[in-house]
Design a protein around this ligand. Sequence first.
Ligand code: ZN
Ligand code: FE
Length: 259
Amino acid sequence: MTEILALPAFDDNYIWLLRANGLVAVVDPGDAAPVLKHLAHSGDRLCAILVTHHHGDHVGGIAELLAVDAVPVFGPATENIAGVTRALVGGEHIEVPGIGVDFEVLAVPGHTRGHLAYYGPSLANTGALFCGDTLFGAGCGRLFDGTPAQMQASLAKLAVLPAPTLVYCAHEYTQSNLRFAAVVEPGSIAVQKRAEEVAAARAARRPTVPTRIGIELETNPFLRWSAPAVRAAAASRLGHAPADDVETFTAIREWKNRF
Ligand code: ZN
Ligand code: FE
């Protein structure tokens, strides 16, 4: 049985650990220090590093971890990341050595051009998704080097995963994202209810992630381009009815950028 643990890093990042048999694989180690601290306290050994994209808060700890143990590093082939030994483009099936976890690698461009997500259907009974800065609790990543059409297609790919799939986002952004979601869909009971649950979790300093695909489908405006209320909100921003899902998504994303 593989355990999944959160290591908080910086202000609002999570580094995710997959732990089995005294070994850990680490996802998006932006900082080596919390990982090294975990290894020292637990006696676990590092067996692999997985990275989703090239931003410093996701890759900054790789070199320091490799100096301790030269483990395989899985990451996007099309982004310039020092230390990657298993370059991936999406579509691959990988097995993380040591812990025996299988992932389907998904190409999810948008936040960055080569962004990857790792979907482990056998993890945590329900399946688990490590999606970096693509999908957040009630939100999605900003568009740095990808296009809105790419991001919408990437999110559509994640939206069709089984509803109970646990979503391990790389940032604790859910509470502020829900403030925006409540403005996009002021009539949504699901958004209001989630905002209350998330406020209680944050007041108790508990993480709001992992979330689940099903929860996101109900409350995340960046997956709800088909919902009449979201289309109407996009129309009022655009001054005309959105022509398609990409235009709806783009209008909501641009609105959030200024929110
Ligand atoms: Zn990022
Ligand atoms: Fe990030």
